[in-house]
Design a protein around this ligand. Structure first.
Ligand code: GLY
Ligand code: MN
Ligand code: MN
Length: 569
């Protein structure tokens, strides 16, 4: 098809004329961003043509036989383009380089009309006038007007290429056939789902100031919720709360009595704290894992988050466990509690992990403290080097390097100083063996934004065929291939990215099976640490022009964590 000449038809001229009346709007920035990425992805022959984006928003789902809806959350790509939270909406965008649509794309939003019969049950959608006031779009109408709007665009921009999201994905709202068929039936009408998702992901990878503000707010609320959990633990240690389920009382505790004696209680307090501050959704199901369960990375469903903490009797090894948390005199075993949880704020996520001591007077055991401090060093060292231009693979390798060094210090990996140093290996040789991945199997972090594992196709180019293979890590040292198996971000960092930095060390029987025979490890020393279970520390950081801004407010140094969890701070 030929390139579309400027103002080719009268209708096209009228369309552009009407668009000129609309001043550039805030969401236009996101629309332009997506369109520019879209043009960059297109083959040369398509680049100058008009491009039309057609997306459906999310729909309300209902739980079977309840007549009650499941909490609605707008689909991220739709929200990014429109700012619209109304279910069952559509957006139609027209853009063309070299025309007025390049500066001011047409953005038509279609929201359902209020239905009188529904209004006694549910909050109705806004009126067209109200939606026009609150959405920065060219015009707002109801979905029955969408076919006519498509028809108008087909006439005005006959060589337009229509873009939709992949229609085969059950995770994305599909534009129904009734809207696609007339486009295909039109002479020269073309619809593709090959480029739009990539363009959206690439646009969403770099956050603007407003998006950073929303992520910061989600992180603030989640930071406070983590601290609230720690303070409830600390109040119990201090004796401020003495009666809990562990004391054998047969009624649920009142809020002023809340003790955290099981994972579910910690989860409830975290979520309550976020909800109290106005957060509607968690960005993902919280992961709340005590003791050795902390080694299950996504411990939350199918029996996750619901176990009591580990209780005494106090073993020979548990010599610091002298705090009775309940009047029954039962003692908690010293253990860690790992909470990986973050709310979202207006569709922008947070993702924070804190690991805290339980059952030892709010202090880590020596082994848990050693592992915690090592994970903290992994995190600090990586955050220190982050800046635009650094390849994420390099930070990930650094986190493994620090783990290996730390394990040599602790004697888990043999070193020249080990009592049993016969077959010790150098840091480089241990890295080359890949054995650190048995303790740290996941990636250092991932992009975060509207979704918690944000924009996968733009974070790891190899997973998207429309993005050419990425050689940006060429020439940097990588270590063992297994380190990268679960790494969700493999790019050079750019200002405006938001990433998590979440190293961890785990003692999972499943993962340790692979190194049980290893001659690089002192197995007697390893055994001492296995009861720690797992430690992860996760912060959300914003890559700035020359470094990072840590968006996570809740502290993570041992002194502060122990001070709060022991009720001393
Ligand atoms: N919350 C899941 C993760 O940290 O990636
Ligand atoms: Mn994460
Ligand atoms: Mn997390």
């Amino acid at each position: 098809m030929d390139a579309e000449p400027r103002d080719r038809s009268r209708l096209g001229a009228q369309l552009r004329q009407s668009m000129r009346k609309t001043p550039p709007a805030a969401s236009t920035k996101h629309v332009l961003n997506v369109c520019e990425h879209l043009i960059a992805l297109l083959p040369e022959s398509e680049k100058t043509k008009p491009q039309v984006l057609l997306l459906a928003g999310g729909v309300v789902e209902y739980r079977n036989d309840t007549d009650r809806e499941i909490a609605f959350r707008q689909e991220s790509n739709f929200k990014y383009l429109t700012g619209c939270d109304v279910p069952s909406s559509y957006v139609l965008v027209a853009y063309q380089p070299g025309t007025s649509l390049e500066r001011t794309p047409s953005v038509e939003l279609f929201i359902p009309a209020a239905n009188l019969a529904d209004m006694m049950w549910s909050v109705p959608p806004p009126s067209l006038a109200a939606a026009q006031e609150t959405h920065n779009v060219t015009r707002v109408d109801h979905p029955p007007a969408l076919p006519t709007a498509i028809e108008k665009l087909l006439k005005a921009l006959p060589s337009a290429l229509f873009h939709v999201l992949p229609r085969s994905s059950p995770l994305l709202p599909a534009v129904s056939e009734e809207f696609i068929a007339p486009i295909l039936a039109h002479e020269g009408g073309a619809v593709t789902d090959f480029y739009l998702l990539s363009a959206l992901h690439r646009a969403r990878l770099i956050k603007d100031e407003h998006e950073i503000t929303l992520i910061r707010k989600a992180c603030d609320i989640s930071s406070r919720a983590h601290e609230v959990v720690m303070r409830v633990l600390g109040a119990a240690v201090k004796g401020g709360i003495v009666a809990g389920a562990g004391a054998g009382i047969n009624r649920p505790l009142l809020p002023s009595e809340w003790l955290i004696e099981k994972e579910a209680e910690a989860e409830a307090i975290f979520v309550a704290s976020c909800r109290r501050e106005g957060a509607v959704h968690q960005a993902y199901l919280p992961i709340v894992a005590a003791s050795t369960r902390a080694s299950t990375l996504h411990y939350c469903c199918n029996g996750g988050n619901d176990k009591e903490f580990a209780w005494g009797p106090v073993g020979a090894h548990d010599h610091h466990n002298s705090n009775s948390l309940s009047s029954s005199g039962r003692d908690l075993k010293p253990q860690v509690l790992l909470i990986d949880a973050g709310c979202e704020w207006t569709c922008y996520a947070s993702d924070i992990t804190r690991t805290m001591p339980v059952g030892n007077g709010g202090r880590f055991t020596p082994e848990a403290k050693a592992i915690y401090e090592l994970v903290s060093e992994m995190q600090r060292s990586c955050i220190e080097i982050l800046k635009p231009g650094l390849h994420w693979d390099a930070a990930h390798l650094l986190s493994h390097r620090i783990l290996v060094r730390g394990f040599q210090r602790l004697g888990i990996f043999k070193s020249p100083d080990s009592p049993n140093s016969g077959s010790w290996a150098s840091e480089e040789a241990i890295l080359a063996s890949g054995q650190s991945a048995a303790f740290y199997p996941h990636g250092l972090g991932h992009s975060l934004g509207m979704d918690v594992h944000d924009v996968p196709s733009a974070s790891k180019p190899a997973v998207n065929p429309s993005i050419s293979s990425d050689n940006s890590n060429k020439g940097i040292e990588l270590g063992h291939a297994s380190f990268y198996e679960h790494l969700r971000l493999r790019l050079k960092l750019e200002a405006g990215m938001v990433v998590t930095v979440e190293p961890g060390i785990y003692f999972s029987p499943h993962l340790l099976a692979s190194i049980r025979e290893s001659s690089l490890i002192d197995h007697a020393v390893l055994k001492r640490y296995e009861a720690v279970g797992g430690v992860r520390i996760e912060d959300v950081v914003h890559i700035t022009a020359d470094g990072v801004e840590n968006l996570t407010k809740v502290k993570s140094d041992v002194e502060w964590i122990e001070g709060v969890c022991s009720g001393k701070l």
